[in-house]
Design a protein around this ligand. Sequence first.
Ligand code: TIU
Length: 221
Amino acid sequence: MIEVPAQPYPYRLDPARTALVVIDMQRDFVEAGGFGASLGNDVTRLQATVPTVAALIALFRAQDWPILHTRESHAPDLSDCPPSKRLRGGGALRIGDLGPMGRLLVRGEPGAAIIPECSPMPGEMTLDKPGKGMFHATGCEDMLRARGITHLVFAGVTTEVCVQTSMREANDRGFECLLVSDATESYFPEFKAATLAMIAAQGAIVGWVTPFAELERAVRP
Ligand code: TIU
């Protein structure tokens, strides 16, 4: 086992059973003209985390540990997008509408692609998810169990929406979860801070939190 200094106490990971989960590092959230911007957000806030997410991916690749990349996306006919999700909010563009990077959050469109800095390599797991959480309507749990994975290290965007939802879903399924605090970002700094605090509170009620440097030092001393 590898012990990683973390909040609220050290996180112990089993190198043979640990996967990195990179949540939704897609153009639709990080670039102008995508879904995130259509909701009225300042997407430039998310760009600061890109180098750390890329470094975390590189660390897992160097160890030859599994990586799962998710994309929040819908089928072109939107059959997997409930009206409650499509109609939520007051923006001019909704999921499935045509924007500068193609149809918002639709699979195969340029905006739904993962940004080049975080692109999956052949052999890495990829998962299209119609919900905020990675376990909803995806078959993700079977994919992880088949590989014997028990520990999940989380990164990606946004901290309090898809990252936190996925981490909570994973925690309820018995996975031991660690969130890398500088490899995730939110459109709202106060929501990110609150999420990191609430995950680790109450004796790691949802999981552990640590910066990338601590994980890297523990994995590659
Ligand atoms: N709006 C927002 O903060 N996030 C999302 O809609 N999806 C993800 O977090 N990926």
